[in-house]
Design a protein. Sequence first.
Length: 85
Amino acid sequence: MRKIGRSRADVADTIERFVDGICSQYEWDDFCSVPIIDFHLDAIRMRCANLPKEFPPIERRHYCSPAGIEMLRQIVRQLRQPVAS
């Protein structure tokens, strides 16, 4: 499968939209299923894709548990930190 170029900001924005409930199901599915060129960002993508296994949903139709949503928020905060050169 072809890999896509995404920036830290792109990844953070997608995750944040998902957490805020304004990311479409198709956008999230694409994000979780299309590999990212940057190895670090792709590792984050894979973690997001596997979040329901790591933090199973408590309520029906939820993607993951509240702890999983908090993990996504933490990832966004980390991605928004300035990168040391």
